[in-house]
Structures are given as C-alpha cells and as structure tokens.
Write a protein that binds this ligand. Sequence first.
Ligand code: 1CP
Length: 356
Amino acid sequence: MASKPFPVLENDLLLRAARGEEVPHTPVWMMRQAGRYLPEYHTVREGHTFFETCRSPDLVTEITIQPTRRFPIDAAIIFSDILVIPQAMGLEVQMVPGRGPVLPEPLAGPADLKRLIKTDVSESLHYVFEAITQTRHALDGRVPLIGFAGAPWTLMAYMIEGGGSKSCDKARAWLFAEPGPSQKLLDDITEMVIAYLSRQIEAGAQFIQIFDSWAGVLAPEQFARYSLPTLRRIAAALRSDYPEIPLAVFARGAHYALEDLADSAFDVVSIDWTVDPVAARRIVGDRVTLQGNLDPATLFASPDVIRRAVRSMIDAFGANRYIANLGHGMLPAHRPEHAGVFVDAVHEISSTTKAA
Ligand code: 1CP
C-alpha cells in the first residue's frame, strides 16, 4: 500500500539519548502524559467509552497530541491501553470509571486457555495502527511518537486476576501450580506482542516501550524464569527486524533485575522511584540509557520543591545516557501546571549542567 511519507523529525533528542549519543539537554516525557489530569482530555472523552475512544483514530490523534501542545515535552506516546491485547485474544475487557480495567470472565484455570483465540493483529488491532499513522502525520515531525505494549507477565496477570490486583495471588499461583499452561499462555501472549509491536513500528512508531507493571510482585527467580525470557524474546525479535528503533522496558518493582535487563537487547531501562539512580547506574554502567524516576507524588508539591527534586534527580542520573520521566504515571489529581514545571526544570537544569 503506497502511503504518504512522514514529515522529517525536528526534535530527535529522545532517540539520540536512547542510543547513548550526546544531547544538548536531557529529553523528557511522562508516563500517562495524556489523560485524566488534563481538562481537554475530558472534553474529548465526553460521550465515548474508553475503548470507543481507543478505536477512533481521530480521537486518539487528538488526545495523543494534547500534552505536546501544553508542554515542550520531547515525545508523544500513542493513546491506547495495554489491555487491547487480551481483548484481541478474545477476553472481554471493560474500563470502569474510577476503578480501572475489569475482565468479567477471567481465566479461571488451564482449561480456560481454549477460550483464547489467535488473531491476525493486522485485523484485530488495525485501529491502533491507523491511529499511529495518523498521529505521526499530525505531529508533523515536532517530536517522536512512542508505541507500547504490556509485557506478557503483566497481561497474564490481568487475564487471570480479572483486573488490577496488589499482589496478583491467583496469577502467581498459576506459575507454581500450573507451570506448563503458564508457559503456554506466556508464549502465546509473547507472539501476539511481537506481531503487535512490529506492526506499530511499520505504522510509524519511532520508539517502543514495554510495560511490565506487575513485575514487582514476582520473586527474582520467578521473574527470571517467566518474565525475563519473554522480554528478551520480544527485544531480540524487534532488534533484528527494526535495528534503528530504540527499545525501552519498564519493569516496575523489579529492582533485582536491572543487571539482566541491561543485558537484554534493550536500549533503555526505565526505573520506578523506589530505585536509587546512583545504584542503578552502578549496576547498568553505560550499557543502557536509564529512564525515570521522579516520584509522581512530587508533582503535588510547590514548584520550588519540584525544581529541587529535579535537580537532585539529574545529579544522580548524570547528564548522559539519561531520559527524564516520572517513576510511574501521571495521576488524575495532578495539576497540569506542575507537570509543566517538571518539564521546564528538566530542560533548564540539564542544559546548565551540560554547559558547566
Ligand atoms: O477513562 C479513563 O480515562 C481511564 C484512565 C486510563 C488511561 C488514560 C486507562 C485505564 N488507561 C489509559 C491510557 C494508557 N494506559 C496509556 C496512554 C498513553 C499515555 O501514557 O499517555 C498507557 C501507556 C497505558 C498503559 C497501561 N494501562 C499500563 C502500563 C503502565 C502503567 O501505568 O503501569 C497499565 C498497567 C494499564 C492498565 C490500566 N488501564 C487503565 C488503568 C487505570 C490501568 C491501571 C489500573 C490498575 O490495574 O491498577
């Protein structure tokens, strides 16, 4: 299919920092930078359910671009959700306002694996790829567009728990009581994720992040056995087919896995705010770019407190091989102006640090 060429990228700081190249100031973006803390997001969402919104390339393009109008951020991240994969595999997912994702009929046991279907992502998730292409054109080269997917373990956890769960007891029980079916489920999800991310890149995504948001409930051994190999397979497959696309992983809570993640064909390892950046740097060295990790709660403090926190964050990470971000997502109660203070502080402080 012939398609219009994409506009030339004006700000490629994110991609350069991911590859370990010199940058004039530290690039910054925020997890969940599109969404509920922005009044303009609520305006667009009016009258549409969450997943209706995700399926409309026009609405997705608008929501994805919104934060780039407000803040001089160095990237946009496509508006979607990690749970579109379980949906494409045949499970119903509802987004309940104020509560989050709910899967009314989760996998109750290995016999339920036969309820899952293998679909061609080009068909089942075509709306994501259309939205990515449309958003790339609408961004007009101002900043790169980030594509993403959930990690197989995190998606497995939602598929078994039926929603968010603090400790994922049922999903962890599968790993011990049903190792064979667990592995089969993880393998099937991994294949879907590789196909899904490959198509996102072909549609125009310029940087890929994998969210293993529930990594932290696993013991190091279980992570090494069940999650890490899937992350490595995804990274290796994308690295070999799309060597120019930077790959990032955010394994929230998996502080014990930094060394392994740094050795896994990822360019960027994102850390949450419970990890000490100096210790993280000592572990990963200059093998990967680190990304993170301001505690999102910091944004509830005054601008002065935010600036001081950004300064110590940048001092701790160092100016090179670093992408600034929060240690997890923006929260619905955040004030947009404080996100702006965060972004400006990263740019100002990192450019003076570099000049010094
Ligand atoms: O109605 C609404 O507005 C619901 C809020 C919302 C939003 C704005 C949800 C429900 N998902 C999203 C968008 C979303 N989800 C993005 C958009 C792009 C951006 O960052 O700007 C992204 C990257 C995600 C990814 C996602 N969804 C993750 C991984 C990152 C993370 O936060 O750990 C996870 C775990 C989800 C599941 C999910 N979807 C929504 C919520 C509230 C949750 C988490 C709830 C829970 O289980 O604890």
